[in-house]
Design a protein around this ligand. Structure first.
Ligand code: SAM
Length: 218
């Protein structure tokens, strides 16, 4: 006999990717570009310990910061970061991506979605479209579990929904979707994220046991 509870079907390929691939690490979560527009979901409600940051004040925003700029010292590190539909609106997405990596603890998880094919839209400006390789290049410190194209179905690309009108191929709306984990910090100072002295002390204690942390350089 069939169960009366049918499994919930994903509303979109992006949702399918999230259900199949995205396993956020428990702990502190950061939502980048957290402003809630119209009747969209406030994704902060999904997480028990979460901070929503956006460069514009509004619903869903706990802290107003331009994440392309130098980071304040009091943000701490996060265990999971979401960056959905934001990179295309960042004038200098390489700076935003570097700051996201700085804000991630080693082993922290990252969920990115960004349009590859979509019309120009504001929020407040729209600068970029990204391929899967573009996302990989922006986040060199991430070990990716999956980087895919989400359109009518999920694919690793490069072939996805298109149709021809006359001689011209037209492509369906398509998002680049990615999930991965922050690699361990490399020992070079330049590659290390900025942390407060307190965080450096805590990390030292966790790694080497109690006592004097010594030599904090943040
Ligand atoms: C299209 S909205 C996406 C909002 C939400 N993540 C969603 O999926 O509905 C993009 C948001 O990113 C924010 N944003 C763009 N560049 C940013 C930056 N450099 N720092 C912080 N927020 C930024 C914008 O202010 C805007 O609220």
């Amino acid at each position: 006999m069939k169960s009366s509870k049918a499994p919930r079907l994903p509303a979109s390929s992006l949702e399918e990717f999230e259900q199949r691939v995205v396993t956020p690490r428990a702990g502190r979560t950061l939502i980048v570009g957290s402003q809630v527009y119209g009747d969209k979901e406030d994704r902060r409600a999904r997480y028990p310990d979460v901070v929503g940051i956006d460069m514009l004040a509004g619903p869903g925003v706990d802290r107003v910061l331009d994440l392309e700029e130098s980071l304040p010292d009091d943000l701490g590190l996060f265990d999971h970061v979401e960056c959905m539909s934001v990179l295309e609106h960042s004038r200098r997405p390489w700076l935003l991506a570097a700051n996201i990596e700085r804000l991630m603890a080693p082993g922290a998880t990252l969920f990115v979605s960004v349009p590859f094919v979509w019309r120009i839209h504001g929020y407040p400006n729209d600068y970029w479209r990204l391929t899967p390789e573009g996302v990989r290049a922006l986040f060199p410190e991430i070990e990716w579990t999956a980087v895919m194209l989400a359109s009518h179905g999920l694919t690793e690309g490069p072939k996805f929904g298109s149709t021809k009108v006359g001689a011209h191929p037209y492509f369906a709306r398509t998002e680049t979707v990615a999930f991965g984990t922050r690699k361990p910090y490399t020992p070079t100072r330049a590659a290390r994220p900025r942390r407060t002295s307190r965080q450096v002390d805590d990390e030292h204690r966790a790694a080497f046991g109690g006592g004097d942390a010594g030599g904090a350089d943040a």
